[in-house]
Design a binder for this molecule. Structure first.
Ligand code: CP3
Length: 346
């Protein structure tokens, strides 16, 4: 059967007249209907584990805007929680976890096959979504990349420079490598379970890839992504994978090919013209309008949206932001962005 869904066609390398669109964090606090459902759930983590309500917030931006893809509503830090780390969110500050800093902490974690009891509600969210999404909408599952998840597990929180993770990598290489390996193997099982439940694409979020330099980038950004993509494709031949090594800079060049991903998502540290010249020749790219245009709007929003579409129109492209939409974004600007993409003619 021929592939019909636009996102899947782009991921297969087809160049479409109009790029398909979705937006990182499209289910989020900028939407009043998200805030209402989150209040009903109680808090963010309760929302993630409530399959009915998590499916509801996933569907909200699809109903409002008709995006071409829905991304499962969950969080990259649910996997460490399923491995036995404590996880909570401090209001107004962000995530907190119990820390993993030595062999004893690592030994106390569960194994890769022990994650599914905790994560079962997430798989149920995926099943509900596959039933309820419009047939033209693609369902994206996701996980954090091992390095990015490890930075939170080691520090117990978000850190501006990932200092504690870099320190452990330097001081206790064996424990650090054990954490990366456990995360790589459990991410494979987590994503495979999402695929079994109905996810049609998976995306690997490596938000802190940019702080890995030289051989570290190869060992801890590329190698784990490659292991994950290869094993998923061994189990599910041709299953599409999107990699997002955020702020990889020059290392975006050849990344998708080297790790075996079908698409690389790009952030705003690179221009769309540079991406067209250096990255898109390997296949589909996703990105990369600055999220701040969703706050500021106006002619700059329209012009920069057109610039991204024009620059990347010569190859396979999925339109997206360079990073997640922020809570202070104006929902009307999202509508303007979508109309600009869909009405663009070069
Ligand atoms: O894109 C999506 O809408 C899908 C769901 C999704 C969330 N987080 C929901 C969320 C995805 C894919 C993520 C990924 C994620 N989570 C990353 C990688 C991508 C990135 O943004 O760099 C990271 C680093 C996290 C960890 C995390 N989760 C942080 C640091 C925070 C707090 C910061 C913030 O924005 O509040 C979260 C919370 C979070 N995850 C929210 C959402 C919608 C906000 C929670 C709320 O409703 O209060």
């Amino acid at each position: 059967m021929a592939i019909q869904k636009k996102i899947l066609r782009s991921l297969a390398g087809e160049v479409l007249d109009t790029p398909p669109i979705w937006m990182m964090r499209q289910a989020g606090r900028y939407l009043p209907e998200y805030r209402a459902t989150r209040a009903e759930a109680g808090d963010f983590l309760s929302l993630c584990y409530n399959s009915e309500l998590a499916a509801e917030v996933t569907l909200q931006p699809i109903r409002r805007y008709g995006f071409d893809a829905a991304i499962l509503f969950a969080d990259i830090l649910l996997l460490p929680q399923a491995l036995g780390a404590e996880l909570w969110f401090e209001t107004g500050e962000g995530p907190r976890l119990s820390t993993i800093t030595n062999q004893a902490d690592f030994n106390a974690l569960k194994g890769r096959d022990d994650i599914h009891d905790t994560l079962a509600p997430i798989y149920e969210t995926v099943r509900i979504l596959r039933r309820e999404l419009p047939e033209e909408t693609t369902l994206i599952g996701f996980a954090g990349a091992p390095w990015t998840v490890a930075t939170y597990m080691i520090a117990g929180r978000g850190t501006p420079d990932q200092g504690p993770a870099h320190a452990l990598k330097a001081q206790d290489r064996d424990v650090f490598q054990s954490i990366i390996d456990l995360l790589t193997e459990s991410t494979i099982e987590y994503l495979a379970a999402q695929i079994d439940a109905g996810a049609e694409v998976v995306k690997i979020f490596d938000s802190w890839a940019g702080s890995l330099k030289g051989q570290d980038f190869v060992d801890f950004a590329m190698e784990p992504a490659k292991r994950i993509a290869q094993e998923l494709k061994r189990r599910y031949p041709h299953f599409p994978v999107i990699a997002f090594p955020r702020e990889a800079g020059e290392q975006y060049i050849g990344f998708a090919k080297a790790v075996g991903a079908d698409c690389v998502a790009v952030d705003n540290s690179v221009t769309p013209e540079w991406v067209a010249e250096h990255v898109q020749k390997d296949g589909c790219v996703q990105g990369n309008l600055k999220s701040s245009h969703m706050v500021t709007g106006g002619t700059a929003l329209v012009e920069e949206t057109e610039r991204v579409v024009r620059a990347l129109s010569g190859g396979a492209h999925i339109f997206n932001l360079g990073h997640g939409i922020t809570p202070d974004a104006d929902p009307d600007n999202v509508q303007i962005m979508i109309e600009t993409v869909r009405n663009f003619r070069s």
